[in-house]
Design a protein around this ligand. Structure first.
Ligand SMILES: NC(=O)c1ccc[n+]([C@@H]2O[C@H](COP(=O)([O-])OP(=O)(O)OC[C@H]3O[C@@H](n4cnc5c(N)ncnc54)[C@H](OP(=O)(O)O)[C@@H]3O)[C@@H](O)[C@H]2O)c1
Length: 304
């Protein structure tokens, strides 16, 4: 496994395990602990979650493992996120309940409290990397920066960053933190070029920030969907996989690793053999022109 030095305090494994789908897996604590050990044994020591995953249940389930097996927590780098708030019944007024719609909350007090709540659910003393989950139309970068920096000073989080931010919003918050954001976790795949087109990847390259990449397989659709863009990508991946004597998904991870931004792909599967297919990409070197074969596969991008 490769490890990427994010700061003096923090290195992350180049391949990261994501736990967004954990609550769909219906695992007990022992099964989850065994899976985590399987990741660690493979060198995949960075784990990603968020308070909104399973409406906090994902953090709770992971926390049960860390409480029972603290050595697992000691061996990993834990990433979690705040800012997307749950949907459901909330107490309102005297004896009343109101159904709260999905919304964002990145106010100063909310960030501070959300971090303490995550730590409690996760049974941890600190979070290695704490992210603002999404752009919030009500985000005040001064207030959010103050909260994040205080959490760092208090030792509750080691490093801070964001997810899904565009270059303008990243710069605004980053400037307010005195340049202390070390992450933008973004979506990137052969069917999603939002951050390539926005200039976000150029900004991250300029700053030497390695982005974590979510849904690198488009949530699996690249290998399951019959819709044309996915089918086209799949067929190019299969062709290149034959040339390299490897699995098509390994080629896809190799395509992500090839980008000069030094991307850290997140694996969303609950199957260790699929994690192995991602790890195998570290040993695959695509030809430069093969990267473009995949880049152009859907037909959305054209060479001029
Ligand atoms: N920051 C954000 O806003 C954000 C948003 C979404 C996700 N994330 C993070 O990114 C992580 C990864 O995202 P993701 O789960 O969407 O990643 P993904 O790897 O693109 O998708 C994983 C899904 O694809 C399926 N899959 C994998 N390989 C397959 C194959 N060869 N054939 C068919 N299906 C296959 C998996 O099913 P099996 O389990 O059956 O293998 C799983 O359901 C999440 O866990 C989360 O930590 C962050």
């Amino acid at each position: 496994m490769e490890y990427v030095k994010i700061t003096e305090n923090l290195s992350l494994s180049r391949i990261i395990q994501g736990f967004w789908r954990l609550t769909d897996w219906h695992w007990d604590t022992e099964t989850l602990a065994e899976f985590m050990r399987g990741c660690i044994v493979r060198g995949v020591t960075t784990f990603d979650t968020a308070e909104i995953y399973g409406n906090t249940l994902c953090e709770r389930e992971m926390g049960k493992v860390f409480a029972k097996y603290p050595e697992i927590r000691r061996q990993i780098q834990l990433v979690t996120k705040t800012g997307i708030k749950k949907i459901g019944g909330m107490p309102y007024g005297e004896g009343k309940t109101v159904q709260i719609a999905k919304h964002y909350d990145t106010r100063y007090e909310t960030i501070k409290q959300a971090c303490r709540d995550s730590l409690e659910r996760l049974h941890c003393g600190y979070i290695d990397l704490y992210l603002i989950h999404r752009e919030d139309p009500l985000l005040d970068p001064h207030a959010a920066a103050k909260a994040l920096l205080e959490l760092k000073e208090e030792g509750l989080v080691r490093e801070i960053g964001v997810s899904n931010f565009d270059p303008w919003k990243f710069n605004a918050l980053n400037n307010c933190t005195g340049g202390q954001l070390v992450m933008n976790q973004i979506e990137f795949s052969p069917v999603c070029y939002e951050h390539l087109d926005s200039g976000m990847l150029d900004l991250l390259l300029e700053k030497g920030i390695h982005p974590m990449i979510w849904s690198p397989l488009a949530g699996g659709k690249i290998f399951t969907s019959e819709e044309a863009p996915y089918q086209k990508v799949r067929s190019v991946l299969e062709e290149i996989a034959e040339r390299h004597h490897t699995a098509p998904e390994t080629v896809l991870y190799a395509w992500i690793l090839y980008h000069p931004a030094g991307m850290l792909p997140l694996v969303g599967s609950n199957k260790l053999y699929r994690l192995d297919n991602a790890i195998a990409a570290l040993d695959i070197r695509l030809e430069h022109w093969e990267w473009y074969e995949i880049y152009l596969a859907t037909g959305e991008k054209r060479m001029r």
